[in-house]
Design a protein around this ligand. Structure first.
Ligand SMILES: Cc1ncc(COP(=O)(O)O)c(C=O)c1O
Length: 404
């Protein structure tokens, strides 16, 4: 008899974005004349930069001729891209990461979901709360949790590290020592960032306890403060305890193009086994390479022209972040984030729940954001706004909220 993976039955419905869409559509139907501004969007909106488009066109043309055609890409990625990444993202920042420690993929969502496969199912997993849901759900699917606990609104058997105003939206070392620790900085959804000194403490903790940190740096391009590291490998000893996930989605607008990479240092071993060799085996068996065309586009991200264009693109979004952050502060709201990240995390006023505030903003200001409770129990009482809209809409949205 066929049985199914019953761990999937523990998962909770992912209703957050469909609930939001349902409420927005219902409101718009009754009020068709009202212009709704969406600041809940987690996707980029600016078009690909010219140098990336040029690289894409060139690579497409190469595919049209037998002499320059490319079939299957190497499982682990083309050397031209891995060399470029090693040089620009790591060596230039003083991190000794070699090209063969970099695994090219189709994005950080798949890597952050798949990486748990190389670990035993008896590992204890720690996540921040609120959290990017992929880390939790993929571990639940793999059987590393108990049932969903409806009173605590999270899974039994997982370690949740609350990130709230009291601790500057940073996790504290949990009472029980975890095996796998997921950290994401700059953070989605809170927009908080971690300094090198603070991250060093996590690296030391992981090395001391034999834990592995899975470090999601998908938003590193938005970092503005010098004391905030772009990579965990800027910390001493990270090569023996950390795996890093990177994405081209938010630094270069590749959400629809798809490209990312994972770094697994060769020095990282657990249980007497090299994690690099396990991930290489997993990647080689289950992944057939990111497209040549896309990897050439990824290479263009690091060209002098590409870097200049993308700096402007990030500055465009971060100008929006400034408008939201300062505008809300001036209107008397308690806000954080938006300095090293495109996310602004605001406290709901007058003890409204996250969803009550969602309804209030939709009805009174025609502005859409994301209820913090959708990212975890500790997100209750908070609300996420993003800097990915247009400048004009962002200005108008904040003006409307300010007048409430
Ligand atoms: C924290 C975090 N990691 C990973 C991703 C996914 O990135 P990608 O588009 O590379 O799959 C996102 C996307 O929103 C994210 O917020």
């Amino acid at each position: 008899m066929v049985t199914v993976n019953r761990n999937y039955l523990k998962l909770q419905g992912s209703y957050l974005f469909s609930n939001i869409a349902g409420k927005v559509n219902a409101y718009q139907e009754v009020n068709p004349e009202n212009k709704i501004i969406r600041l809940g969007i987690g996707d980029v909106t600016q078009p690909l930069a010219p140098s990336i488009i040029e690289a894409l066109h060139k690579a497409v043309e190469e595919m049209a001729h037998a002499e320059t055609f490319h079939g299957y890409a190497p499982d682990l990625g083309y050397e031209f891209l891995r060399n470029t990444i090693a040089e620009n993202d790591y060596r230039e920042r003083g991190c000794e990461i070699m090209p063969d420690e970099i695994f090219i993929s189709d994005g950080a969502k798949s890597d952050s979901g798949n990486i748990q496969e190389i670990f035993g199912t008896d590992n204890k997993v720690a996540v921040c709360d609120p959290v990017y849901p992929v880390y939790v759900d993929t571990n639940v699917m793999a059987g590393r949790s108990g049932e969903y606990n409806t009173s605590r609104e999270n899974f039994d058997g997982m370690i949740y590290m609350p990130c709230r105003e009291e601790n500057g939206f940073l996790p504290e070392f949990p009472k029980e020592i975890p095996d796998l620790i997921y950290l994401c900085f700059p953070n989605n959804p809170t927009g908080s960032a971690i300094t090198k000194e603070q991250l060093q403490r996590w690296v030391d903790y992981a090395n001391k306890n034999g834990s592995v940190i899975i470090y999601d740096a998908a938003y590193e391009a938005y970092i503005s403060r010098k004391e905030v590291p772009h990579s965990i490998y800027e910390c001493k000893g990270a090569q023996t305890c950390a795996i890093e996930l990177r994405s081209f989605s938010k630094n270069a607008g590749f959400t629809g193009v798809r490209l990312g990479f994972t770094v697994v240092p060769k020095a990282l071993e657990r249980d007497g086994v090299s994690l690099h060799s396990l991930w290489a085996r997993r990647h080689g068996t289950k992944f057939n390479g990111a497209p040549y065309i896309v990897q050439r586009a990824g290479e263009a991200v690091y060209s002098p022209q590409g870097k200049a264009e993308l700096k402007d693109q990030i500055a465009y979004y971060m100008r929006n972040a400034g408008v939201i952050r300062e505008g809300l502060k001036a209107a008397g709201y308690s806000v954080s984030g938006g300095v090293d990240a495109p996310y602004i995390w605001m406290k709901t006023p007058q003890s409204m729940s996250s969803w009550e505030f969602f309804d209030y903003l939709l009805e009174k200001a025609n502005v859409v954001g994301t209820p913090g409770s959708g990212f975890g129990a500790q997100g209750e009482g908070y609300f996420r706004l993003t800097a990915f809209g247009t400048y004009e809409n962002t200005l108008e949205a904040i003006d409307r909220i300010g007048k409430l």
